[in-house]
Design a protein around this ligand. Structure first.
Ligand SMILES: CC(C)(COP(=O)(O)OP(=O)(O)OC[C@H]1O[C@@H](n2cnc3c(N)ncnc32)[C@H](O)[C@@H]1OP(=O)(O)O)[C@@H](O)C(=O)NCCC(=O)NCCS
Length: 169
């Protein structure tokens, strides 16, 4: 398993992985899989530029990726996906750990993400990696803005913001 930053030409592979990984939600009723928008080329390029994009190679094939952006308070893990052919082999957990390490090496305090509460591969998966739920009363302005921008296509009661504080490894 090799974790490294992607190059621009690999973004199409990342979009292919995102599309394939979303199938895990097909029967959950949480996402409109066929209508969902993927992370754009521009957002991937900005993430690479920000030093917050990572891919995991297994047998020389990109098996998954983590990408994020800088926000007030720290780094935000925007998207994490593992190709179904490579899931449940530790790739996702390795990418999250590498994202935390990479963000901290660049000075991040807290690491944030937003996910679904219930599926075992969402909030429970991140809890095992040390993340805690952020109560609504502790939302930073960008979190409220992000949720508002998602309200038209996500049921916000199914969502949770999570945070890994600076003293958790
Ligand atoms: C979330 C995701 C990236 C996890 O990737 P992965 O490589 O399969 O995860 P790992 O193999 O590192 O698993 C880590 C832990 O989560 C658990 N887990 C992962 N997928 C699971 C699943 N589908 N059902 C139940 N548990 C699961 C594993 O059992 C493991 O637990 P353990 O440490 O107690 O053994 C992957 O399921 C995915 O791409 N999902 C679709 C997109 C998504 O939900 N992204 C996150 C959005 S915030």
């Amino acid at each position: 398993m090799v974790i490294r930053p992607p190059v621009t030409a690999e973004i199409f592979r990342l979009q292919e992985i995102e599309r394939a990984a979303a199938e895990l939600f097909r029967d959950t009723g949480l996402i409109d899989i066929d209508g969902m928008a993927m992370v754009s080329l521009t957002d991937h390029m900005a993430s690479i530029e920000a030093g917050l994009s990572l891919v995991c190679e297994v047998d020389r094939r990109i098996a998954g990726f983590a990408m994020g952006e800088w926000q007030e308070g720290g780094a935000y893990l925007h998207e994490l996906d593992v190709d179904p052919a490579f899931q449940k082999r530790g790739v996702g957990a390795a990418l999250v750990r590498a994202f935390i390490e990479t963000a901290r090496a660049q000075g991040a305090g807290d690491i944030y993400l937003a996910t679904f509460r219930a599926p075992p591969w969402n909030a429970p998966f991140y809890r095992k990696l040390g993340f805690c739920d952020v109560p609504h009363s502790d939302y930073l302005p960008w979190m409220t803005a992000l949720e508002e921008s998602q309200a038209s296509f996500l049921d916000l009661s199914t969502r949770v913001f999570m945070k890994l504080g600076p003293d958790v490894s």
